[in-house]
Write a protein that binds this ligand. Structure first.
Ligand code: ADP
Ligand code: MG
Length: 257
């Protein structure tokens, strides 16, 4: 059965995009059929797959506009790009235009309508979202089975985490009863183990009812360098500790989600 997992945290820079990129690769390496969806007008996920947004014809931007205007969708092959073992629906800046229209027309289920028919083709559909709780993220939550929350301990945004989980509760009540928070995972972890123990304890105390993944993604420049080369960190350096951590996170996702 296909799982649609949305990577979300309204804070920017917590590694949503890097985690979507590397988890998609890791799950595909483990034999899963994976579709990654760039649902952020900043197009970072698209770029991290080595695709220049200007070169793509169909994207989440054009597809969402077609959904909003009740137009027929083009053939799947025109908007799903095959990049190694991972498939990608890219994004373009014009996704902001679709976002405004979603807001005006109060359309929360455009992404759900796009992804639902694709469920039969994939084991996992991973959706990257931008740093806001606006209409795009609401659409992503409405389409989701699970939400994974990357948490950067250095930024220590417990208040933001509460706003995020409250928003997800409202979505569950009003728009998507099946949605669950798959779990929280720590990203960009430095070797300051005391800091992590303290923060981890505080997250457990405040959000103990949620699943917290064991795998922590260590801080390393290799993640950013892989993104800029259009590669996963495993392809850049399979022995890198972040590469190993993302593979372990993928194993946990397979077991848990
Ligand atoms: P978001 O999508 O949440 O805004 P990104 O994935 O774009 O976050 O990451 C934000 C920045 O942090 C980028 O410059 C990225 O290269 C860097 N980054 C992501 N993961 C790591 C990591 N494990 N170690 C060091 N830097 C990281
Ligand atoms: Mg991002």
């Amino acid at each position: 059965m296909c799982k649609i997992i949305v990577m979300a945290n309204q804070k920017g820079g917590v590694a949503k995009t890097s985690s979507t990129r590397n988890l998609a690769y890791s799950l595909a390496e483990m034999g899963q059929r994976v579709l990654a969806v760039d649902f952020d007008p900043q197009t970072n996920l698209t770029i991290s797959f080595g695709i220049a947004p200007a070169t793509v014809k169909e994207s989440t931007a054009s597809l969402m506009m077609k959904m909003l205007m009740d137009e027929a969708l083009p053939d799947k092959d025109s908007y799903i790009l095959n990049i190694g073992r991972v498939d990608l629906i890219p994004s373009k800046k014009a996704l902001t235009v679709a976002e405004v229209n979603m807001l005006i027309e109060r359309q929360d289920d455009c992404l759900d309508k796009l992804l639902s028919p694709l469920r039969c083709d994939y084991d996992y559909i991973l959706v990257d979202t931008g740093p806001s709780l606006g209409s795009l993220t609401i659409n992503a939550f409405t389409a989701a089975d699970g939400i994974m929350i990357p948490f950067d301990a250095e930024l220590f945004a417990l208040v933001g985490l509460k706003e995020l989980t409250d928003t997800i509760s409202k979505i569950k009540q009003n728009l998507n009863p099946k949605v669950e928070i798959t779990g929280i995972f720590f990203t960009k972890c430095s070797k300051r183990t005391t800091l992590y123990r303290e923060i981890s304890e505080q997250v457990h105390a405040a959000f103990g009812h949620l699943h917290i993944f064991e795998s922590r993604i260590p801080a390393t420049v290799k993640v950013g360098s892989a993104n800029s080369k259009g590669l996963s960190v495993m392809e850049l350096d399979a022995k890198n500790e972040a590469a190993i951590a993302y593979m372990n996170l993928a194993k946990e996702v397979l077991e848990y989600a």
